[in-house]
Design a protein around this ligand. Structure first.
Ligand code: FMN
Length: 234
């Protein structure tokens, strides 16, 4: 404990959730994910319930992690958007697999998922990009995400150039999707629902595929016959 920063070492919350029971789980992980997401969103205690930690691994095997926003939840997987040329994009190109954590601390819940990752089709990317606010679309053009910046001014100048090229009034035409920008779908082979309970006897209920995952990829998240549930020790 020599290196413990005293306030950190003493910080702990006594979890007291009544728990998650096997009998209460949805038959397939998609419905359970949607159920929890809707409950957490409606509760209002978690500021950005779709903020998810995305972990990837670099070419040296060194893990990396950062927060992104979850923008899709469907039978085929979970969608997120970023720059393909960013650090995470390069890591996913070399190792197309990831882990996701939804850390819903204020409600003593956590969801963990991991599995292979695929790029989203262009049509899906274009539809989502078009739905973003103008400033965000311009911002995507202004940033060579993860590259070293000369300074804040360099970024603001790049933003102003893009804003002049595609003004908000539409006179420059629609802001196109930057060539380096796009989306990924994480296709989980494992989905864990965690609830904090008294005395650290937490509930961990994990959906796993009933059959070995083939080259076709993990099963659809809404296929109840393709998933079974195990309880893991906390
Ligand atoms: C709440 C929150 C949401 C974020 N959402 C995204 C996102 O959806 N896409 C994205 O590329 N970066 C997002 N970021 C920024 C990333 O955390 C990260 O700084 C950036 O993607 C660069 O990561 P990389 O250099 O590892 O590729 C978000 C950050 C926070 C704190």
């Amino acid at each position: 404990m020599d290196d413990a920063h005293a306030p950190l070492a003493a910080a702990r919350v006594a979890y007291d959730d009544p728990g998650l029971h096997e009998r209460d789980l949805a038959p397939a992980p998609l419905e359970q994910l949607q159920r929890w997401y809707d409950e957490v969103s409606a509760g209002g205690a978690v500021a950005e319930p779709n903020a998810v930690v995305l972990a990837t691994v670099d070419a040296d095997g060194l893990p990396d992690a950062r927060t992104v926003l979850l923008k899709g939840l469907a039978a085929r997987g979970l969608a997120l958007y970023t720059h393909h040329t960013s650090a995470k994009g390069r890591q996913l190109a070399a190792t197309p697999a990831a882990a996701l954590v939804l850390p819903w601390h204020p409600v003593q819940r956590q969801v963990r998922l991991r599995g292979p990752v695929e790029r989203l089709p262009d049509a899906e990317v274009e539809a989502y990009f078009a739905s973003r606010p103008w400033g965000s679309r311009i911002g995507a053009h202004a940033s060579a995400q993860s590259e070293e910046a000369a300074g804040r001014e360099q970024l603001e100048e790049a933003w102003a150039r893009a804003a002049a090229r595609w003004p908000e009034d539409g006179s420059g035409g629609a802001v196109p999707v930057p060539p380096s920008w796009g989306g990924y779908r994480v296709r989980p082979v494992e989905v864990e629902f965690w609830v904090g309970r008294a005395s650290r006897l937490h509930d961990r209920l994990v959906y796993l595929p009933t059959a070995p995952v083939t080259a076709a990829g993990p099963p659809a998240l809404d296929d109840a016959a393709a998933w079974r549930v195990v309880r893991r020790q906390p």
